[in-house]
Design a binder for this molecule. Structure first.
Ligand SMILES: C[S@@+](CC[C@H](N)C(=O)[O-])C[C@H]1O[C@@H](n2cnc3c(N)ncnc32)[C@H](O)[C@@H]1O
Length: 244
């Protein structure tokens, strides 16, 4: 499936019938050969948008998986880069990544923890996250955002890219709707649940929830992704700054 190095359909089915954590443990060795890893194009666009706001000190990649977002942090953070994820399998692959050789490069470390209970004090200037919000139910977002706020130093930022939702009736619209519906059926019939919904993380709700948690939210268009027919950007970077 996806590419010769990617998982087979059988492997994907076994993964999808597991818990989120176990599913990623199983997928980890082949994860970088799937479209679920955030593409370099998105990582580059986010790094370019963050660069003028930096440099930052310490950075955290929330739900880091095999470490895609730590490359963004390495570009904009001078002090330390940390990846956190609850899948031991994904972290094992992340730990195999080459260590940056430049003498001024920030040191990278990996921590196994649940994003809903982060084991850090207010030690970070920048938290980024890529491709993971679909794993949280809408009712979990207030707690998740409060966790992020608690690990940021005053004035620190929480940044993540968000794509515009597909136009109703388009092919992408129906495929995301179909995926979420299949997941709901799967989770109604099978334990443990595998929480992954594409359509629950909506920019308007997310902005309101971040503001309620104590962030000031700014939206930055990511110009490389172009505009929709109504003139709005196809992709934006949400930058939520921790208020005192
Ligand atoms: C689609 S992958 C994205 C990985 C990486 N950020 C990327 O963009 O390539 C989602 C990751 O979120 C992690 N994850 C999901 N729920 C989590 C939670 N509650 N706490 C920590 N990690 C979680 C999974 O283990 C997985 O590595």
């Amino acid at each position: 499936m996806f590419s010769p190095e990617g998982p087979t359909l059988r492997e994907l089915t076994v993964q999808a019938l597991s818990s989120v954590e176990r599913g990623y443990d199983l997928l980890a060795p082949k994860f970088d050969h799937t479209p679920y890893r955030t593409p370099d194009r998105v990582l580059d666009a986010v790094a370019s948008a963050l660069e003028p706001m930096g440099p930052f000190g310490a950075g955290l990649d929330l739900c880091c998986g095999t470490g895609a977002g730590t490359d963004v942090l390495a570009r904009v953070c001078r002090e330390r880069v940390t990846g956190v994820d609850f899948s031991a399998g994904m972290l094992a692959v992340a730990r195999e990544r080459p260590v940056p050789e430049e003498p001024e490069a920030a040191e990278v470390s990996w921590v196994r923890a649940d994003a809903r209970a982060l084991p850090f004090g207010p030690a970070f200037d920048l938290v980024v996250s890529f491709g993971a919000f679909g794993h949280f139910l809408p009712r979990e977002l207030p707690g998740l955002f409060a966790q992020v706020r608690s690990v940021l130093r005053p004035g620190g930022c929480f940044a993540f890219p968000v794509g515009a939702p597909p136009r109703p009736g388009s092919r992408a619209y129906w495929s995301l709707l179909g995926f979420d519906a299949a997941m709901r059926v799967r989770n109604a019939l099978w334990r443990p649940p595998f929480v992954m919904y594409y359509r629950t993380f909506r920019l308007g709700d997310v902005g309101r929830e971040l503001a309620r948690t104590g962030f000031r939210v700014d939206l930055h268009p990511l110009p490389g992704f172009g505009l929709r027919s109504d003139g709005s950007p196809r992709a934006r970077l949400v930058v939520a700054r921790r208020l005192p």
